[in-house]
Design a protein around this ligand. Sequence first.
Ligand code: ATP
Ligand code: MG
Length: 283
Amino acid sequence: MIRIAIQAKGRLNEESVMLLREAGVTIEASKRKLLARSEDFPLEALYLRDDDIPHAVAMGVADVGIVGLNEVEEKAQAVEVAHRLGFGKCRLSLAIPGNEQYASLAWFEGRKVATSYPRILGRFFAEKGVRADIHKIAGSVEIAPSVGMADAIFDIVSSGGTLISNGLREVETVLWSEAALIVTPGLPAEKQALLAQLLFRIESVERSRGMKYVLMNIPKKRVDQVIKLLPGMKSPTILPLAQEGWCSVHVVIRENELWTKIEQLKTLGAEDILVLALEKMIK
Ligand code: ATP
Ligand code: MG
């Protein structure tokens, strides 16, 4: 049995639960308890605030966890980052009131900066030789300058919309973050094996993202040209059709190339093209 800590509610919760479900690990969604056992994998989920996940994993209260790298860096606990998950992408940036002139980091010298990430910011300022006053607050960081609580802020940004609506301007990016799977160092062998199994499944799910399974009918005499166009996983699958002179081609295509490839295939005589969702790509 392996125990995974995931965010109880918030931006990472839904995608964490969905990723596990796609990996064949279903956790009871209704009437959520703090600890929920999976029905189909030897795993239990421990629902926590994201701030508490690095510590829980470092202590071994949970064996693994899904949390933003921003929290992993800030909490500086002894955990290993086993895999980046590609969701919950954001950055930690410094922002100042929009009407301020800004030339360099020297602007921050002697200023008061509000943040929920004092460790990351402290380290950054120390590296850059800036002496600023870091003021830790737990939330509503972006209103701190307008209410006179601070001169600037250091906070999470994704689109930048929140900053703009609070009259702030992003001037420096300090850390790029995304959700990651973190692990207790020195996991016992039995749990290592479950973790390896889980990672294998997660990687199969990730590989299939943005991929489509495409089937089409092609005149046999064009098959060589079609193969050149479509490399596929190994090579495309070609099946004969009952109708003389035609065959069926099956191939995996990256979604962002889909329309270009389909147009090229049509000029080669492809007909009856079916595009299907691809759930998993298992190597
Ligand atoms: P908790 O109650 O668990 O402490 P929280 O309020 O601290 O939740 P959320 O706002 O739910 O945190 O964000 C959780 C994580 O999601 C952040 O630590 C960050 O890694 C990521 N994140 C935050 N804001 C964004 C955003 N705008 N876009 C994408 N990811 C984000
Ligand atoms: Mg939090």
